[in-house]
Write a protein that binds this ligand. Structure first.
Ligand SMILES: Cc1ncc(COP(=O)(O)O)c(C=O)c1O
Length: 378
């Protein structure tokens, strides 16, 4: 390994990405301004028509964010106060938060420590007569065990909503994330593999009646316009976001490939530096296409390692530092600390490293060399 000078490597470098697509993005944005048509126009429809087949779903319905996509999906299946929805505690807040916002109860089930995803073996014991749905999250870009989850759901007559916010283009036995549940959701938060220039999200379904309902719910529940049979919300994916996303979509597969190559290079570097005793690298299931939204390791002395990497110019992030059942706003659920040990432990150990497409092999070598230095001195 070569000796490196000090680098400055952020967890994600969106400026580097922007430089490669700047003229295309700006001309797409300009054409929306020229049209002066900003809400529910041809850009949004075109994006929906592009992403539905990409995700192997029949229908795609844009909305204002990944959080709204979850909320509207739950509204579409009539989740109400008193209902229970099973989900993972090791995820971004919106997954559990959307359930609570409708007055329903999120029931957190522990994760498989190898993949960080909902452990299907633990689901059935949490099913009650009030359980209505399961929301698996395809965390970090690898699908949850959907065969088992779908089989349990079928057996107990539950709806499945895939939270595919982090998993666009990922596959499970050849099936795309977003194609397997009843309604499935995407986020285009700027840091996602396909990121907008602001907030945006999408719902996916194969059911024509649900597709129609989702379309109505995102416009306050009105159909025809100004006549309301149900209560919806205002949640549209606007034309500017759709135009930016359409440009970026053309690069998504090549960016995904680069992320996968970077992940494989990290695996190799951690082995070369003989760090695999200390650091646990991500486990990729042989039947999954992992799209590496994050490359997340488990590391002893995680917080010190993170600080050391920062001192040496390397940005990292903790996704997520506190399991959802331990959040103050979910204390009323009564799921005590100690009840979901794998999720709690993951929150203590995980560290996501830069894996963005523009990352160079030299930068990766530097990142791992700093990790090696840290463990050598401790
Ligand atoms: C797993 C997961 N679910 C839901 C969301 C919510 O998406 P958004 O930030 O677009 O509202 C995100 C992203 O932030 C996420 O990572």
């Amino acid at each position: 390994m070569t000796t490196q000078t000090k680098f400055s490597i952020p967890i994600l470098d969106l400026k580097a990405q922007y430089q490669t697509i700047k003229s295309e993005v700006m001309s797409a944005v300009e054409s929306v301004f020229e049209s002066q048509y900003f809400i529910l126009g041809k850009e949004g429809i075109s994006l929906e028509e592009t992403l539905a087949p990409y995700c192997q779903a029949k229908f795609a319905i844009g909305c204002a964010s990944g959080s709204d996509a979850l909320l509207i999906a739950l509204m579409a299946i009539d989740i109400k106060p008193g209902d229970e929805v099973i989900t993972t505690p090791f995820t971004f807040f919106a997954t559990g938060g959307s359930v609570s916002r409708l007055g329903a109860k999120p029931v957190f089930v522990d994760i498989d420590p190898d993949t960080f995803n909902l452990d299907p073996r633990l689901i059935e014991e949490k099913i009650t007569e009030r359980t209505r749905a399961i929301i698996p999250v395809h965390l970090f870009g690898q699908c949850a065990e959907m065969n088992e989850i779908l089989a349990i759901a079928k057996c107990h007559n539950l709806a499945v909503i895939e939270d595919a916010a982090q998993a666009i283009g990922s596959e499970y036995y050849g099936k795309r994330a977003g194609s397997m549940g009843l309604i499935n959701t995407l986020s285009f938060f700027p840091s996602k593999n396909l990121g907008a220039a602001g907030d945006a999200g999408m719902m996916l379904t194969n059911d024509p009646d649900l597709a129609e309902k989702l379309q109505v719910l995102r416009v306050h529940g009105g159909k025809p316009k100004y006549y309301y049979k149900m209560l919806g919300c205002n949640s549209r994916l606007d034309e500017l976001q759709a135009a930016v996303l359409r440009v970026k979509f053309n690069y998504l597969e090549s960016w995904t490939k680069k992320r996968q190559e970077n992940a494989a290079r990290y695996d190799q570097l951690f082995a070369d530096y003989k760090l695999t005793e200390q650091v646990k690298t991500p486990k990729v299931l042989p039947y999954c296409r992992h799209i590496f939204h994050q490359y997340t390791i488990r590391a002893p002395k995680r917080d010190q390692l993170m600080a050391y990497l920062k001192e040496n110019g390397v940005g990292t992030e903790i996704y997520y530092p506190l399991s959802l059942h331990q959040q103050d706003c979910f204390a009323y659920l009564g799921q005590q600390t100690g009840s979901l040990p794998h999720s709690e432990q993951a929150a203590q150990e995980v560290l996501s490293l830069p894996v963005y497409p523009e990352l160079t092999s030299e930068q990766q070598d530097y990142v791992v060399s700093i990790v090696a230095k840290f463990y050598a001195q401790k």
